[in-house]
Design a binder for this molecule. Structure first.
Ligand code: DGY
Length: 322
């Protein structure tokens, strides 16, 4: 049987499927596999299941003479040198669709939690200060920003961006989007309007980033862009941390260029930034956009289906090599 190495424990449904076709080894730890261990492990494998935290590059391919497929347990695959893999005839696959709704739901979780100051409210209620100090219900306590009927600007209008827009319809919002090309069909279906990025930033009450990380999107939101946003606007990033210039974001929050931010992703992960994490108007999550039972099981199954197709000599269903 061909060998597959999985760099983290994934839901059992995927592993069970794989065991029928592969000799499976799993790196079962909360910690990232050390690079030198990964370089050892890949020596004998035909297939590799990777997480977004592993850099899969020339060095790994050189160490893995038998490797024929890398199945990334994520929809984004900026961690993999796909060009180099393609040059070597190695398949690369990802996990689109199965996590779209969970990730769009989470964009909305961050948007609402930031707009309505949910984390601050939770901290205050839980602290006991409310009762202890006998603080009366107050018309000006913990005021947040209206969401219903406002304008949302979605940067990146692929599957996840569109799913965010679908939800925005229920909130009676004006929907603006920016993407590399216009999408007339989707515009009609979702009632969304295309805007060049600068205009979208100027007009939106909520800006949601849903682009893949590429050379073009690297730090696409920097000082200039943050200054274009409204002082009352909220930035939500569920894409990749490197899409935003963090230093500029800290400056924007400190100087009040924007009203707040909801972040699921960071320039490096794991991440800690004392200054960024000190703002009350920032809601933070440790990259859990797709972290639902359903999505993660769907991802595990799709990873397995890609590998099994490869083993049967078929083209894997969600191949990313061009
Ligand atoms: C992805 O799939 O790219 C997410 O960031 C993690 O699920």
């Amino acid at each position: 049987m061909p060998k597959v190495f999985i760099t983290r424990a994934i839901p059992e449904n995927g592993i069970e499927l794989l065991r029928e076709h592969f000799q499976v080894e799993v790196w079962d730890s909360e910690h990232e596999i050390p690079r030198e261990v990964l370089l050892q492990k890949v020596r004998e494998v035909d297939a590799l299941v990777t997480m977004l935290s592993e850099r899969i590059d020339k060095e790994i391919f050189d160490a893995a003479p038998k490797l024929r497929i890398v199945a990334n347990y994520a929809v984004g695959y900026d961690n993999i040198d796909v060009e180099e893999a393609t040059r070597r005839g190695i398949y690369v696959t990802n996990t689109p669709d199965v996590l779209t709704d969970a990730t769009a739901d989470f964009a909305w979780t961050l948007l609402l939690a930031t707009a309505r100051r949910l984390i601050e409210a939770d901290r205050f209620t839980r602290s006991g200060e409310w009762k202890r100090e006998g603080i009366a219900w107050h018309p000006l306590m913990l005021l947040g920003y209206d969401v219903y009927g406002k304008t949302i600007g979605i940067v990146g209008f692929g599957r996840i961006g569109q799913a965010v827009a679908k939800r925005a319809r229920g909130f009676g919002m004006r929907i603006l989007y920016y993407s590399r090309g216009r999408k007339p069909e989707v515009e009609k279906e979702l009632g969304a309007e295309f805007r060049p990025l600068d205009e979208l930033l100027r007009e939106s009450d909520f800006v949601v980033l849903a682009v893949p990380l590429t050379k073009e999107t690297y730090r696409m939101i920097g000082e200039r862009e943050l200054k274009l946003m409204r002082k009352t606007a909220i930035l939500v990033n569920i894409a990749r941390g490197k899409v935003v210039d963090t230093e500029a974001l800290v400056k924007a929050l400190k100087e009040g260029w924007i009203a707040g931010a909801g972040l699921d992703v960071y320039e490096e992960e794991p991440y800690y930034n004392e200054e960024l994490f000190s703002f009350d108007n920032v809601v933070l999550a440790p990259h859990i956009g797709s972290a639902t039972y359903g999505a993660r099981e769907g991802m595990a199954e799709l990873v397995a289906r890609n590998l099994i197709a490869f083993k049967n000599g078929e083209v894997p269903p969600t191949l990313v090599n061009k």
